[in-house]
Design a protein around this ligand. Structure first.
Ligand code: GLN
Length: 487
């Protein structure tokens, strides 16, 4: 048998279903690969060999079947896994073992997907490089001296390093798509409410969206179908059937986009991006036109205000959500030696438990929500959010999907953007509007710039996730997939 770690999830599932290879062999191959390369990549914060092998054995005993049965998966460490350490890459949750599974984890288990372990990320999903992980950064398999994106850099790097065929990410401002773009992998942010947030450690509840990451569009769609769908335990979950993303991906793979209208977002089409990114994006757009798509330039004038609005809304919600980490119920508790008051213990715990970026967000958000400033900051940002939503709605009256590069720049070297928060925030310039609107978007690898991957973003109307998969698969059929140098 050829190297199992090089196969797609769809291929692995088919081999397991036909019993040409066992689920235990598949899991073992990936666990061995993690043992061999993760010292250099550091995609994982925790590997659950025993749990993964037990889940694989259940598939081999015929207890679970299904489209991804026996395909192992890596899960971002911001998603709770019962009895398996979940830290959100923060010191404040070091060693915490959740008493329950997130809904999406329950669905992975029910689908017979062995969970290999938990992946590295920026602390509490705040960042674009994994440099804000309390446990050290993840290295990009394309160039170990560069960032793998963030916050879900571990999930994307695990795919690019062939440590896992599929992974779970979460996207609040771009944390699935931007890591996908800079590692040459696929990442999809579903419609907000299309995937359950139950069991997600909350960062910004009106934006947080769990979603699938893969190396191919079809694999990503297969995973999307497993995790999506209504969950009564999440009050913002949409009680509607999920569009058939797998059929849409297969339709797109036939390479025919006749009649599909792509809206080129004028404001994101050139200025502000590296020339190599613009070149790869433009070439891909031409490839889509050859497949029959029509390109219409559309203006979304309020998209330029998305970044500042996001950096008021997300920190505001984060300051409220992270109030629960106070050393009382779980995680770190500092200085509780009888000499300090409760308030002093809470304060010391938060001071020692949170890293500098998380503290920056809490301070920013607390300020934006404080009385006297609320209307000027949070209130204004919410109004901008409405304007951005209207831009999307107006655009979707003319076109089927919107397209742009996923990120303005390729993977950057470690340390090159940590000195200036704004430079780091710019990584999500093109991904954030979608989160404010709530629609789905996907990043697909579309080319290389100076040897590093470039991502192509496709944004669709809410609950039309299938549309973006169709275009994504068509693009993949035209440009192919991208393999990093051997590790
Ligand atoms: N990079 C963005 C931030 O730092 C987005 C993070 C995310 O999507 N979780 O907030």
């Amino acid at each position: 048998m050829s190297d199992l770690t090089r196969l797609s999830a769809a291929e692995l599932a088919s081999l397991v279903a036909k019993r040409e290879v066992s689920a235990v062999e598949v899991a073992t191959a990936h666990l061995d690969r993690i043992d061999a390369v993760d010292e250099r990549v550091h995609a994982f914060l925790h590997v659950d060999r025993e749990g993964a092998l037990a889940a694989a054995a259940a598939v081999d005993r015929g207890e679970i079947t299904g489209p991804l049965a026996g395909v192992p998966i890596a899960v971002k460490d911001v998603v709770t896994t019962k009895g398996v350490p979940t830290t959100a890459a923060s010191k404040i949750l070091e060693g915490w073992k959740p008493p329950y599974d997130a809904t999406i984890v329950e669905r992975l288990k029910a689908a017979g997907m062995p969970i290999l372990g938990k992946t590295n990320m920026d602390e509490f999903a705040m960042g674009s490089s994994t440099e804000y992980s309390a446990y050290g950064p993840t290295n990009n398999p394309w160039d170990l001296g560069r960032i793998p994106g963030g916050s879900g850099g571990g999930s994307a790097a695990a795919l690019a390093a062939y440590e896992a065929p599929l992974a779970i990410g979460t996207d609040t401002g771009g944390s699935i798509r931007q890591p996908g773009a800079v590692t040459g992998t696929v990442g999809a942010k579903p419609t907000y409410g299309g995937t359950s947030r139950y069991g997600l450690i909350a960062f910004s509840s009106s934006l947080d969206t769990p979603g699938p990451c893969g190396r191919t569009v079809e694999d990503t769609a297969l995973l999307h179908a497993v995790i999506a769908g209504h969950d009564p335990r999440d009050s913002t979950s949409i009680p509607q059937p999920v569009p058939d993303v797998v059929a849409a991906a297969r339709l797109g793979a036939t390479g025919d986009l006749t009649g599909v209208k792509l809206g080129l977002v004028k404001e994101f089409a050139g200025d502000g991006s590296e020339p190599g990114v613009v070149a790869a994006f433009r070439e891909s757009l031409e490839a889509l036109v050859k497949l029959g798509a029509e390109v219409v330039e559309v203006s979304c004038p309020n998209f330029q205000y998305a970044l500042p609005a996001y950096y008021l809304i997300a920190p505001s919600e984060c300051s409220s959500n992270l109030a629960r980490f106070d050393g009382v119920r779980y995680g770190l508790r500092s200085g509780d030696d009888g000499s300090r008051s409760l308030e002093e213990v809470m304060s010391l715990t938060r001071d020692e438990g949170f890293g500098p970026e998380v503290k920056r967000r809490i301070i920013l958000g607390t300020y934006a929500l404080s009385s006297g400033y609320y209307d000027a900051y949070y209130g204004q940002a919410q109004k901008v959010r409405t304007l951005i939503t209207r831009d999307f709605q107006a655009a979707f009256e003319q076109v089927d999907v919107l397209v742009s590069p996923t990120t303005p720049f390729v993977a950057f070297p470690f340390g090159s953007r940590t000195g200036d928060p704004y430079q780091m925030y710019l990584a999500d310039l093109f991904t954030i509007p979608t989160n404010l609107y709530g629609g789905p978007a996907i990043s697909v690898p579309c080319g290389l710039s100076e040897g590093l991957p470039v991502g192509f973003q496709i944004m669709a109307p809410t609950m039309a996730d299938d549309r973006m998969y169709r275009v994504a698969a068509a693009l993949e059929s035209a440009v192919g997939t991208f393999t990093p140098p051997a590790l």
